[in-house]
Design a protein around this ligand. Structure first.
Ligand code: FES
Ligand SMILES: [Fe+2]
Length: 397
């Protein structure tokens, strides 16, 4: 017999499912496509090279023409649907491996060598504008004109003398639970005390914070206060970027700004793109440490160690107690919620205020969108916004 409770659970499950679905025909997929989104590391495509991507359920080809410019087009040839990245880059165009159909960066078919009428420019494969920024490749995959490239810009890192490095992790679970973790300041007191306590856990401590959340022009500002002198502030940007600070590599180094985007590949896979920044003014020794560390450890991906981590909580990178440890700790807890967590079975408490705030924000925006009304026009926070470098310092606007 189906009870009222069963029915309510089903309704809740359907509502939560909306948060996880990113394909073009789903409300969340349409909402995510209103924004520039990171799709690749710039270094992963050389001049004349092409790679296959899966972003929000869409197969794509990212290639770099002879001029060095990047082009993002559909993943498959319009003729008989083979993968385009296995073909050749010819100038600024890409030629299919199978029968040589050739497409330009706008997705138009410009050559069909085995057909009498050769080109067929009205045959289009998808094509999207791209922009390289701080080592990442962003694409606009929505309808109409791309919005101004505003939200992805991190003015704090654009100042002369700033060092930046990139990271990329490919987690095998849904993007939304990763975004939720950004608004869950309490997890730091537990997750980052697991396996071993690294510099991040030590700096933040295991005290339970008082929480506050405020909607900003860009997203949500989160303040987690653990004591009068331990106040951690982070700025989350709608719909899928978080900005936090973490301790430097040694006590002599300045804190590091971390910007992380979580972009769905499909419902069960998410790529996390990171920009790490060291602000100008650090000592030469500190700058060298930053560069060497990220060259060696910046690309650690806990998802590649899923089995060891889950079988025995063996964190297999003990020399690296910073990015590797923090990522492994987060991966254990967030991947541990399953590939798509069953929110309908959760029991939330006061400490989940950030999660509730976040979901309400998304539902508000989704409702506006589905009712054909204007969604919020998010704007990046003014100026080069500093977060406190150490717990205890106030944010300097
Ligand atoms: S499948 Fe691409 S040219 Fe035939
Ligand atoms: Fe974390």
């Amino acid at each position: 017999m189906i009870t009222i409770q069963d029915q309510r659970r089903e309704e809740r499950a359907a509502q939560f499912k909306q948060l996880t679905e990113s394909s073009r025909c789903k409300p969340m997929g349409r909402l995510l496509r209103k924004f520039w989104q990171p799709v690749a590391l710039g270094e992963s495509v050389e001049v004349g090279g092409a790679i296959a991507l899966l972003i929000m359920g869409e197969e794509l080809t990212l290639y770099r023409g002879d001029s060095g410019a990047l082009h993002l087009v559909g993943g498959r040839c319009a003729h008989r649907r083979t993968l385009l990245h296995t073909g050749w880059v010819v100038g600024e165009e890409i030629r299919c491996i199978y029968h040589g159909w050739q497409f330009d960066g706008k997705g138009a078919c410009v050559k069909r060598p085995a057909e009498a009428n050769n080109g067929m420019p009205r045959t289009q494969i998808p094509a999207y504008p791209v922009k390289e920024y701080m080592g990442l490749v962003f694409a606009y995959m929505g309808e109409g004109e791309a919005p101004e490239f505003d939200l992805p810009r991190k003015l704090l890192l654009e100042r002369d003398g700033t060092l930046v490095a990139n990271g990329r992790e490919r987690w095998d679970n849904n993007w939304f639970q990763q975004v939720e973790n950004s608004l869950d300041a309490v997890h730091v007191s537990f997750v980052h005390m697991a396996l071993t306590v690294g510099p991040f856990g030590k700096a933040v401590t295991d005290a339970i914070p008082d929480l506050s959340y405020e909607e900003t022009t860009a997203g949500i500002r989160q303040i987690a206060q653990r004591s009068a002198t331990n106040v951690r502030v982070s700025d989350w940007t709608f719909p899928n970027n978080n900005h936090v600070t973490v301790p430097g590599l040694t006590p002599d180094d300045p804190w590091i700004d971390v910007f992380v985007w979580m972009i769905p590949n499909d419902e069960k896979n998410t790529t996390r793109f990171m920009i790490y920044g060291q602000q100008p003014g650090a000592s030469e020794a500190s700058r060298t440490r930053f560069k060497e560390y990220f060259a060696k450890y910046g690309k650690y991906d806990p998802a590649e160690h899923h089995d060891e981590l889950f079988a025995s909580r063996v964190w297999n990178n003990p020399e690296d107690a910073f990015v590797g440890l923090t990522a492994a700790q987060d991966y254990l807890s967030i991947r541990g919620q399953a590939q798509i967590t069953s929110r309908e079975d959760e029991i939330l408490g006061r400490s989940d205020l950030g999660i509730v705030t976040l979901r309400k924000l998304f539902w508000r925006e989704l409702e506006l969108q589905e009712a054909g009304q204007a969604t919020k026009s998010w704007q990046s926070l003014d100026g080069a916004l500093h977060l406190p470098e150490q717990p205890g310092q106030e944010a300097l606007a």
